[in-house]
Design a binder for this molecule. Structure first.
Ligand SMILES: Cc1cc2nc3c(=O)[nH]c(=O)nc-3n(C[C@H](O)[C@H](O)[C@H](O)COP(=O)(O)OP(=O)(O)OC[C@H]3O[C@@H](n4cnc5c(N)ncnc54)[C@H](O)[C@@H]3O)c2cc1C
Length: 378
């Protein structure tokens, strides 16, 4: 049986960054990944670095929900600061650009909701500027004439999803650590002084275990009889053919679900939480209704997109919690078993989720300081 100080379950961005932080602190860490590193949400996401409260959820769940979610904004703000250092830390250009994000409104009612959202954000240290029609036009001349204003959050941006996982993987491997791919965890048992973890490649034993299994984290927790409210939701994203630089911002719409940005190679990446279809065998396929709805909203906000061809759509499971709040920390009923789960915008949050998780595992952070963002610490 292989022994380690810490076992990290899941080789997405959260698990990889957590393992890296622990390895840098001199901890003997083993990472177990069911398939390939970053082959799930972490390698398939749209690459948006989000900070502001998502407009559709603000409208759907209301201001009291937004105030409860508020502490996550400080967490995300810290995470975006860590993103800005990640290229230097890995030694690779990860395409991190914080050009600002804009929620675009087409009606006065939408502007009123954006203002209400901005007030909640300001209470949590996130500055978002309200732009009128002229202000918006000056910042983003490529937007449709239907746009009457918007909310501009200067700290948001993008990263190149495809470059991140290989860069972090290489950094961990340079430290001499092995990341075990194709090693699915099939069982976990608590035993004196820690846990034994079963895989088809043999058993592993450690004093502490980190569950960073994303959309599958509920199944991992259930192996210890724990119930956590996290699940997988099928999403899809589309990229267009490359065009000349046009959109330096992360664009959202108050008229429908949209996240839109232009990658450095010129392709426009279009998503925003549109559902993918589930095949009878459980695998995912692009949903044509979502695809056309998503493209229609994108072209409504940026008319030029109507003349650009979509090249490719892809699908993946996102990890979601019902109230959008993360689940991070040591499980009170399972000492030494940690959850590292930031839902929906977990790519943006990953550097901070990993930092906090590593500090909790190392005992250098007090769980109480997470109050408000961790359901385990509430
Ligand atoms: C289409 C799409 C677009 C998105 N766009 C954005 C975006 O623009 N910005 C943003 O911030 N977020 C976005 N997200 C969300 C973001 O990608 C995720 O929240 C984030 O990647 C979660 O990372 P993770 O490492 O926690 O989980 P994952 O990337 O899901 O990694 C979990 C890993 O655990 C492994 N695993 C599962 N079960 C086991 C087991 N039994 N044994 C061992 N390993 C196991 C899986 O194979 C997987 O590799 C998007 C998600 C999707 C699906």
């Amino acid at each position: 049986m292989r022994k380690a100080d810490v076992i990290v379950i899941g080789g997405g961005i959260t698990g990889l960054l957590t393992a890296w932080n622990l390895a840098e602190a001199g901890v003997d860490v083993v990472l177990l990944e069911a398939g390939d590193l970053g082959a799930q949400a972490s390698g398939a996401n749209a690459g948006s670095l989000h900070l502001q409260i998502q407009y559709p959820e603000f409208v759907k769940y209301g201001e009291s929900w937004a105030r409860a979610y508020g502490p996550c904004l400080g967490f995300l703000k810290n995470s975006l600061a860590l993103w800005q250092d990640l290229s230097a830390r890995t030694g690779e250009d990860l395409g991190v650009k914080l050009g600002g994000g804009i929620v675009v409104a087409q009606t006065e009612a939408q502007m009123a909701l954006i203002r209400a959202k901005v007030r909640v954000e300001a209470a949590h240290g996130v500055e978002t500027e309200i732009l009128d029609r002229e202000g918006l036009r000056a910042v983003a001349p490529y937007l449709s004439d239907k746009a009457i204003g918007g909310g501009f959050c200067a700290m948001e941006g993008k990263a190149n999803t495809l470059r991140v996982i290989p860069a972090v993987q290489a950094a961990v491997e340079r430290l001499g650590f092995t990341l075990l791919r194709h090693t699915p965890v099939t069982g976990i048992a608590a035993e004196r002084g820690g846990y034994s973890v079963t895989t088809p490649r043999g058993a592993f034993q450690a004093g502490r275990v980190v569950n960073a299994a994303g959309a599958q984290a509920g199944k991992i927790a259930a192996m210890l009889g724990l119930v956590i409210e996290i699940d997988g939701f099928p999403l899809q994203v589309t990229v267009t053919e490359p065009v000349a630089p046009m959109i330096p911002h992360l664009i959202y719409s108050a008229a429908g679900k949209l996240s839109l940005k232009q990658a450095l190679n010129g392709g426009c990446i279009i998503g925003g939480g549109w559902s993918a279809a589930k095949r009878p065998d459980g695998t995912l396929a692009t949903d044509p209704v979502s695809l056309s709805g998503n493209m229609a909203i994108a072209a409504d906000v940026v008319p030029r997109l109507g003349q650009i061809r979509a090249l490719r759509s892809w699908t993946a499971w996102v990890n979601g919690t019902p109230d959008w709040r993360p689940i991070i920390g040591e499980v009170p009923d399972a000492p030494g078993f940690f959850l590292a789960l930031f839902p929906w915008v977990g790519f943006s949050a990953a550097p901070m989720t990993a930092q906090v998780t590593a500090e909790l595992v190392l005992g250098s952070r007090n769980t109480a300081s997470l109050s408000g963002i961790s359901v385990l610490a509430d």
